[in-house]
Design a protein around this ligand. Sequence first.
Ligand code: UT7
Length: 330
Amino acid sequence: MTALTARTGSPFAKLLSVASFVPSRVVDNAEMCTYIDSSDEWIQQRTGIAERRWVGEGENVETMALDAARTAVERAGIDGSELGAVIVSTVTYYHQTPSLAAKLAFQLGSTGAAFDISAACAGFCYGIGQAESLVRSGAAKYVLVIGVEELSRFTDIHDRGTAFLFADGAGAAVVGPSDVNGIGPVVWGSDGGQASAITQTVEWSEALEGGTTPYIAMDGRAVFKWASGFIADAARHVLDAAGLTPDQLDVFIPHQANNRITDAMLRSLKLPEHIVVARTIRQFGNNSAASVPMAMDQLLSTGEAKKGQTALLIGFGAGLVYAGQVVTLP
Ligand code: UT7
């Protein structure tokens, strides 16, 4: 066997920036209850959602992603041409191919690697896990990770089980080299045996033939049970993998699926009272791949969380899949 040259990159990686795009259309629970038989009280009690954001005039997956990406690149203090890779996580882009990542890379001035991933609500954490490896392996110096969703387009507004939950938005972060480790080991996995828990009402081929839309179909109770049990345990493994105890954590940013799932995780992790907990679901709804970076950007921009603090991220959703890591906030 001929020994080939191996490449190594930076010893460590960190988040250099985070940014988000919040769509302009506010849909409150009163409007939601014109589409489904529900109430503001039920939605708030069962999920924590008071209102959600949907795309407004001229906004879509591409415009939202580009806006968040441009801000993230600017905040990282680099030029778009320095991006060695662009990773987009989305389940709501309208093109099967080419990828949204390649289009965005071009718009940002990058000729680096570009690809989309499908990991639903775990997508941003999957992307950060990949980005950290790319930077440390030397495959890319700077990696842009984007989570973007236009779930309003693929949610049946008359479905009482999903309509009130899903929303739109984008978040982006730049990962780059560091002298000190700022991204802990990713803990991730899947359970394809529960694929039917979150799926589509029809396959694309059937939808095209029948002239229908493949809406999101969810067994809410099954996902709730899995998230508040198995995923709460996984969050503890994320902390262990980074070599931290709960009292060393400053911020908890779980996927914004349901405040009751977040509460179950807090109980399971036994996090100290002082920890800042992301609850952006209240005003943004569940933005799938965009929810973790949107929440992170919101906490930093309101001053609730601070640069340099230690945050536990965890995403989980359709697949079923999950991923999490501890990061130093940018
Ligand atoms: O981001 C991807 C991952 N997704 C998730 O993590 C979602 C996880 N699941 C959930 O968040 C929750 O299951 C939901 C918020 C979707 C639903 O809450 P739930 O507490 O699991 O409700 P349920 O389906 O168990 O229904 C409880 C009751 C039922 O009435 P009865 O049988 O107790 O009389 C339902 O008929 O609530 C009723 N109900 C509603 N009432 C008002 C169900 N949907 C509604 C509604 N408005 N929209």
